[in-house]
Design a protein around this ligand. Sequence first.
Ligand code: NDP
Length: 326
Amino acid sequence: MKAFVVEKSEDKTFSSSIQEVLVPQCGEDDVVIKATYSSLNYKDALSSIGNPGVTRKFPHVTGIDVAGVVHETTSDAFTVGEKVLVTGYDLGMDTDGGHAEFVKVPASWVARVPMGITDKDIMTFGTAGLTAALSINELINNGVKPEDGEVLVTGATGGVGSIAVSILSKIGFNVVAVSGKQTQIEYLKQIGATEVILRQAFNEDAKKPMMAERYAGVVDTVGGDILANALKYIKYDGVATCCGLTASHELNTNVFPFILRGVRLIGIDSVECKLDKKQAAWDKLADEWKVETLASITNEIALEDIKATYQLMLEGQSVGRYVVKI
Ligand code: NDP
């Protein structure tokens, strides 16, 4: 079968290419999926350059997301031909990932593709969509409503950001986007942002320890100074979620938003999150949160295009989601 393989050489440099490799053997309680679509995430790009926080075992097939049909299984929970998907857990980390024609995983990682959504659309969401959905769920479950005020989304042209903007706008929130890309302001407005603030201006404006209250909620995907500054604008009793680190893994902030405005900062993990929580989010994404803007967020690529797209992601130049047709 064909797969996108990353190799580590003796001098500890990394290279990647499309290779012919063996179809994985189905073990006890495994599912072998015949892949139809996968996607690209920032974490895949990190894996492709040998980031040890993501992947330590090489050669390695990248791809933390996959959708397809059950090709072979020894689990009672699934039948051959069923439409399934996997995101997260160890897929694409030290377990060979979704950028291959066949993918073997433990049955306990496998969710079902809900009715009413194609494999391509579910992979356009992929880990990014799941993470956006889990973030928005936390805002809503913690009491943030459209009438409470604007919601800020950071890293807005990225995979998680674009989907968060689209869903929040669809369900009635006024969305303000923070982006580093002057050229993508129209794109962000098309997918649902009412205002776009450029990243540099956003950081320069937030000089004081606290700023005037503005946002009822924040979906942060970048960490670092942007998240620290976003916290300063959150209204009394507001909520921020934090899922990513493209700006920085550091968070240098102060306690004022928490002790003077009761602001809550909630961490999001879509990787180890329980399968039933993932399945509930997929069901929502396939139904009431299925956004009409999905096509404008999607770039369809082939296995051969993965390498160049990783480069864009690592340079912070990617826009929207990249689905891989297998
Ligand atoms: P993308 O690469 O698609 O998007 C990241 C976006 O961040 C970019 O498009 C850019 O948007 C912005 N950005 C890039 N560089 C910088 C910088 N130096 N400073 C500030 N912003 C920057 O990634 P994803 O959307 O897939 O993922 C976003 C983050 O969330 C990643 O860190 C990823 O690892 C993490 N993640 C975490 C998950 C979890 O379960 N916790 C799951 C999925 C992702 P713009 O130009 O518009 O600002």
